[in-house]
Design a binder for this molecule. Structure first.
Ligand SMILES: NC(=O)c1ccc[n+]([C@@H]2O[C@H](COP(=O)([O-])OP(=O)(O)OC[C@H]3O[C@@H](n4cnc5c(N)ncnc54)[C@H](O)[C@@H]3O)[C@@H](O)[C@H]2O)c1
Ligand SMILES: O=P(O)(O)OC[C@H](O)CO
Length: 329
């Protein structure tokens, strides 16, 4: 059985930096590719990432690079690039046979591809895995207790779980790659919806209703695409849904709060250096669900709100006035 010792991390945002720190905290060498020169310089000189993960002290064994060629000859690569930019970065990766572990949460516009689908196109000979769950980056970097799903073929998932586990970081193994990807992508959209409810002052009953009706949407969409119910009810689905629907530490929830307060979507999305993946994924998942004949009214509503096609008050009214139906549908 292969063991993975020398990790590379592709993507120097908050999550890539936190994962790199997780692996480098004990002094192990970790290489991190970041797109921004100022991020590479700050990590190597000050052992900080003030742009995307301010406040976290980074290990000196974590070395940043701006050159993707430096990601060759490593045992495994964690891929942490937001989904809209992922295909271009994957295409530029140096060739190799190290596994790619996808940590981004979203679905690509046009192709309806999840990260693992892109990898099957662009790096078909490498093993692939998904790492997903309720994991705020700043908490992982601070060494707070966290559990996560690692999904892949059974042998790879088990070996990766061993290599990634730390006393405060506990991977659970799954073979349900599509379930892990769908959980992460859909929960981001539902976090925007819950932020809207919070920003508009609609109360905690409404938020609980959204979480459970949102979970019903995630489950319908997931089961239709071959996901397993237990994955959707686990860390990568319900666990992450609960985390991001209840905290303004979530960028998706915070975006929703702004919308709920009546701020313009163009203003909220302008000049962002951080991502709220749900804003990209909402129209994509809504279109995929429509194509599959799956009812996802909350996702559809978030897609229309982020496109600026409907006002928050009207959207809420439309959701509340839908015909009554059995809870199981
Ligand atoms: N932050 C978290 O707590 C967290 C936890 C789990 C999963 N994720 C997921 O990880 C992924 C990355 O999120 P993040 O929080 O690390 O990002 P971030 O919001 O902290 O930073 C934005 C990232 O986007 C990159 N980027 C911007 N424009 C780009 C371009 N044109 N080409 C390539 N890259 C570009 C930046 O380099 C940077 O790495 C997302 O899919 C997110 O949903 C985030
Ligand atoms: O800040 P968000 O909304 O991108 O959420 C971060 C992680 O996905 C939480 O698991």
């Amino acid at each position: 059985m292969t063991s993975y010792r020398n990790f590379g991390v592709v993507g120097g945002g908050a999550w890539g930096t936190a994962l790199a720190q997780l692996l480098a905290a004990d002094g192990a060498p970790v290489r991190l590719w970041a797109r921004e020169e100022d991020v590479v310089a700050a990590i190597n000189r000050e052992h900080r990432n003030p742009v995307f993960l301010p406040g976290a002290a980074l290990s000196s064994s974590l070395i940043a690079t701006g050159d993707l060629a430096d990601m060759a000859d490593l045992d495994a690569l964690l891929i942490v690039v937001p989904v809209p930019f992922l295909r271009a970065v994957l295409a530029d990766l140096p060739p190799g046979d190290a596994p790619l572990i996808f940590c981004s949460k979203g679905m690509e516009a046009g192709s309806f591809a999840f990260p693992i689908d892109m990898a099957r196109d662009l790096a078909p000979l490498r093993p692939h895995a998904v790492l997903s769950g309720p994991t705020f980056a700043h908490e992982v970097a601070a060494g707070l207790p966290t559990a996560i799903t690692v999904a892949a073929d059974a042998e790879i998932a088990g070996t990766l779980a061993q290599a990634l586990a730390r006393p405060h970081f506990r991977p659970y193994v799954s073979t349900d790659v599509i379930g892990a990807e769908i959980g992460g992508a859909v929960k981001n959209i539902l976090a925007i919806a819950c932020g809207i409810v919070d920003g508009a002052g609609l109360g905690l009953n409404a938020r609980a209703a959204l979480i459970s009706r949102g979970f019903a949407e995630m489950t319908r969409f997931g089961l239709a695409r071959g996901a397993q119910a237990e994955t959707l009810a686990g860390l990568a689905g319900l666990g992450d849904l609960v985390l991001t629907c209840t905290s303004s530490n979530s960028r998706n929830f915070a975006l929703g709060q702004g919308l709920g307060r009546g701020e313009a979507v163009e203003v909220l999305m302008a000049d962002r250096r951080t991502v709220a993946e749900g804003a990209f994924s909402a129209p994509v998942v809504a279109a995929a669900a429509r194509a599959d004949g799956i009812d996802m009214p909350i996702t559809e509503t978030v897609a229309r709100l982020v496109a600026g096609e409907v006002r928050v008050g009207d959207a809420i009214q439309a959701l509340l006035s839908r015909p009554l139906r059995p809870e199981g549908r």
